[in-house]
Design a protein around this ligand. Structure first.
Ligand code: UDH
Ligand code: MN
Length: 470
């Protein structure tokens, strides 16, 4: 075969090879599509879990089942007391592998700024002549060492808190940054924004709410968490929710709250300094404690990109809501640090449906449904900001009754089975004296799709090597 092939002109051989390679790739795509793993196959089944129960009365109450499950590292998020599990049903469980909560009250620090006599009586004001309408922004990220050196003599307190010395502020501003894996953007943000906050004579603290890896990013819930947790650390009365990649260009954009919730990032360079749509409320927004309480904060159910800001816009514009205001465009000018779209923040395909329910759901979804659905894994007073490392319990949020109508949605299903374990209880066999339940515990096995693509790539490469030798 090889001998015949070498006699063929090179052009014919190349043509033949490309044809075959394309054919093989198509075949691979076909095989991949045909044999793609089903949801069940993506899980490894643990067969050792069989429950032989002899106490059928307790069994029917579900008690033995629960105590049996207690041996395993799973946390039950749906109870099924009373409702026997003798039918084929799937329940979602979450591994309870999160470290214990941090007691944030021990980290509370006192106001350690000593003001002079004059400062004690004077309320803080802003020296407008010092402000620039077009400031120079520097989008190159400095190192952490450079940053800490730059600000070390500005009177920052641990955790990045700062207060003016010569006056008595009546507004206490918490800057809340929803965050995950954008270290260099955070450095650019601090480098540009700390000088602005200090120039504006703000009494402020910066809180970076960092979502632990796992479920898709949940920007709005992180902002709720920042609101709750920063309130435990200081008496903040104005909350500015701030994307880490937005840098203010006009120093007259004062970081204070207004009578109505305020949209601050009105014109962004990425969108050619155009307002994207009416009533937009994303990017940088300022709300007082009262505003937040009145609308029950942000929604917690928006995992992935999109929708959460429009949900808040609807909450505040509701007929009994506090209303929406925005700074004039010329003042609300921002640069967005260039970035890619993260895989861990996929577009939320459920967002349009969720937005239709905002006005029915807001009372039960928000600050009032936050408790017990997140944990603060670490809380650190870093030199330039307070770091809140947070774990969001997506199963607990999505298993809420209010979300029941969306349970069949593929996005919700994906989130509920993500990286976690679920259990199938198969029909029980009862011989009168004892009931046998066979319970399958499925643990996600990420290997199957990966192995498949690896194997098919190997096959393609081997074929290609053989073909080039034809
Ligand atoms: N974020 C992270 N890590 C992530 C994803 C998001 O820290 O992996 C934070 C970060 O603060 C970021 C913010 O969430 O600035 C918003 O995410 P994004 O920068 O990916 O969003 P994008 O720039 O959207 O695409 C800006 C809003 C545009 C229009 C509003 C439509 N409703
Ligand atoms: Mn962005």
């Amino acid at each position: 075969m090889a001998a015949i092939a070498t006699q063929l002109p090179i052009r014919v051989r190349l043509k033949r090879m490309t044809g075959l390679l394309v054919g093989l790739l198509l075949l691979q795509a076909l095989i991949f599509y045909k044999f793609r793993p089903t949801e069940k196959q993506r899980y490894t089944r643990k067969r050792d879990l069989t429950l032989n129960n002899t106490d059928s009365r307790r069994e029917s109450e579900g008690i033995s089942f629960l105590s049996f499950l207690a041996q395993y590292p799973v946390k039950i998020i749906s109870s099924f007391y009373g409702n026997s599990f003798s039918v084929n049903t799937s329940y979602a469980y979450r591994m309870s592998d999160t470290p214990s909560k941090v007691n944030s009250s021990i980290l509370k620090i006192k106001d350690s700024v000593t003001r002079n006599a004059e400062g004690l009586n004077k309320t803080c004001s802003i020296q407008e002549t010092a402000l620039a309408r077009r400031r120079m922004v520097n989008l190159n990220p400095p190192s952490w060492r450079e940053l800490e050196n730059k600000f070390k003599d500005t009177g920052l307190l641990p955790g990045g808190l700062w207060r003016p010395k010569n006056c008595n502020p009546n507004v206490h501003v918490a800057i809340i940054i929803p965050f995950r894996g954008r270290d260099s953007q955070l450095r650019v943000f601090l480098n540009n924004m700390i000088p602005l906050f200090q120039k504006q004579n703000l009494d402020y603290g910066i809180f970076v709410v960092d979502q632990r890896e796992g479920p898709p990013f949940n920007r709005a819930m992180l902002m709720n968490i920042g609101f709750m947790e920063s309130s435990k650390l200081g008496n903040y009365n104005c909350f500015i929710f701030h994307d880490v990649d937005l840098i203010a260009e006009n120093e007259f954009n004062i970081y204070r709250c207004a009578e109505k919730p305020r949209h601050m990032s009105v014109l962004i360079d990425k969108y050619n300094y155009k307002v994207l749509y009416k009533d937009i409320f994303g990017g940088v927004t300022a709300l007082t404690r009262e505003h937040m309480q009145k609308v029950n904060g942000f929604s917690n159910v928006y995992f992935g990109w999109g929708g959460e800001d429009d949900d808040m816009s609807k909450r505040i514009r509701d007929k009994n809501g506090p209303g929406l205001s925005s700074v004039p465009g010329e003042i609300g000018r921002y640069k967005m640090i260039k970035h890619q779209h993260e895989k861990s923040n996929p577009i939320n395909s459920l967002r349009w449906d969720l937005l239709k329910s905002t006005l029915n759901m807001w009372k039960s979804d928000g600050l009032s449904s936050l408790e017990g659905r997140y944990s603060i894994l670490k809380l650190e007073r870093r030199p330039l900001y307070t770091w809140m490392y947070t774990d969001v319990d997506e199963k607990a949020i999505l298993w809420d009754d209010a979300m029941a109508k969306y349970r069949k949605n593929s996005w919700v299903q994906y989130l509920l089975t993500l990286n976690h374990t679920f259990i199938t209880a198969s029909p029980s066999i009862s011989d009168g004296a004892r009931t046998i339940h066979s319970i399958d515990l499925f643990v996600k096995s990420p290997c199957i799709p990966k192995c498949l693509s690896f194997i098919s790539l190997c096959v393609i490469s081997i074929c290609a090597i053989i073909l080039t030798n034809l």
